[in-house]
Design a protein around this ligand. Structure first.
Ligand code: NAP
Length: 283
C-alpha cells in the first residue's frame, strides 16, 4: 500500500510555524489581520469562511468578517473593498468566491490592492507567479507543493501531469511545478488519451471536479498522487477526483479526501497573510 500523505498533520506544522512567527511579530508591536468578506448565504462558502476564521484564531491573527446580504450592489461591495484597502489593521483581504451572479468576480478582485490580495487572484499577482517573482503563492497549488515536499520527492526532472486548467488550481499548479524544474503536462476536457498521458506521471495532480474519475489505470506504479478534488459521491459523501480505494496500492504516495489538500489551502492562506503583514510593515 502506498503511503498516505496526512494533510492535517502537514498543515498543523505549517500553522505552528506561522503561530510562532506571529507571536514574535506581536512582541515587536505588529499584529496581523485578515478581512474575510462573504456575500449571500451559500452554505459551502459559509463553511469555508468559518474555517478561515478558526485558522486565524489558531495562529493568532485578528480576523474581521463582513457578511453582506445577497442583494449587495457592486458599488456597496467596492466601497467596502476600498475601505479595507485603506485600513492599516487589515493586512489581507479575501472576498469569498463565488459571488452572487449579479456581481462580477473580476471587477471586485481587480479592486483589491495587490499587496493585500492574499488569495493571489489579482492579475498583477497572477502575472508575478507566471514570471516566477512572487510574494503570494496561489493557496491550493502552494499547499500541493508542501504536500509533495513532505514526501521527500524531488520534482526536478520528473514527469508531472496536472489534470485541470482552471485559473485557481490547474494553471498556477503547472507554473509552480515548472518553477521547481518538473517536466509539466497540463490536461483538460479536450485532452486525447488522458489515461495514457496521466499514467506517464511521476507526480499526478488531479483538479477536475469529477468524483472518483481517476482510477488505478490512470496512474503509474509508485507515483505521487495528489487529489485536489472536493466532490460528492453517489451517497452525497465528500470524496475526491481520485478513486482512493483502487489507487492506494499502486501509488507511492497518495492524499486522502478529506484530510489531504483541503487543510493545506487554509494554511497557505495564513502564510500569505503573514507575508503581507511583514511586507506592509517593512519587515
Ligand atoms: P474547474 O474550474 O471546474 O476546472 C476543472 C478542470 O477540469 C477544467 O480545466 C476542465 O477542462 C477539466 N476537466 C473537466 N472534465 C474533465 C475530463 N473529463 N477530463 C479531463 N479534464 C477535465 O474546477 P477547479 O476550480 O479547478 O476545481 C477542481 C476541483 O478541485 C473541484 O472538485 C474543486 O471543488 C476542487 N478544489 C479544491 C480546493 C481545495 O482546497 N481542496 C480548492 C479549489 C478547488 P476544460 O478547461 O477543458 O473545461
Amino acid at each position: 500500500m502506498g503511503k498516505i500523505i496526512d494533510g492535517k498533520a502537514v498543515s498543523a506544522q505549517v500553522k505552528e510555524r506561522i503561530r510562532q512567527e506571529t507571536a514574535a511579530l506581536k512582541e515587536q508591536g505588529t499584529q496581523v489581520g485578515l478581512a474575510v468578506v462573504i456575500v449571500g448565504d451559500d452554505p459551502a462558502s459559509k463553511v469555508y469562511v468559518r474555517n478561515k476564521k478558526r485558522a486565524c484564531e489558531e495562529v493568532g491573527f485578528d480576523s474581521y468578517e463582513y457578511a453582506l446580504p445577497a442583494e449587495t450592489t457592486e458599488e456597496e461591495l467596492l466601497s467596502l473593498v476600498k475601505k479595507l484597502n485603506a485600513d492599516d489593521k487589515v493586512n489581507g483581504i479575501l472576498v469569498q468566491l463565488p459571488l452572487p451572479a449579479h456581481l462580477d468576480d473580476k471587477v471586485i478582485i481587480n479592486n483589491i490592492l495587490p499587496e493585500k490580495d492574499v488569495d493571489a487572484f489579482h492579475p498583477i499577482n497572477v502575472g508575478r507567479i507566471m514570471i516566477g517573482d512572487y510574494s503570494f503563492l496561489p493557496c491550493t497549488p502552494a499547499g500541493v507543493m508542501e504536500l509533495i515536499a513532505s514526501t521527500g520527492t524531488q520534482i526536478e526532472g520528473k514527469e508531472c501531469v496536472v489534470i485541470g486548467r482552471s485559473n485557481i488550481v490547474g494553471k498556477p499548479q503547472a507554473m509552480l511545478l515548472l518553477h521547481s524544474n518538473g517536466t509539466v503536462t497540463v490536461c483538460h476536457s479536450r485532452t486525447k488519451n488522458l489515461k495514457e498521458v496521466a499514467s506517464r506521471a511521476d507526480i499526478l495532480v488531479a483538479a477536475v471536479g469529477k468524483a472518483k474519475m481517476i482510477t488505478a489505470d490512470y496512474i503509474k506504479e509508485g507515483a505521487v498522487v495528489i487529489d485536489v478534488g472536493m466532490d460528492r459521491d453517489e451517497n452525497g459523501k465528500l470524496c475526491g477526483d481520485v478513486d482512493f480505494e483502487s489507487c492506494k496500492d499502486k501509488a507511492g504516495y497518495i492524499t486522502p479526501v478529506p484530510g489531504g489538500v483541503g487543510p493545506m489551502t487554509i494554511a497557505m492562506l495564513m502564510q500569505n497573510t503573514l507575508t503581507a503583514a511583514k511586507i506592509q510593515n517593512g519587515l
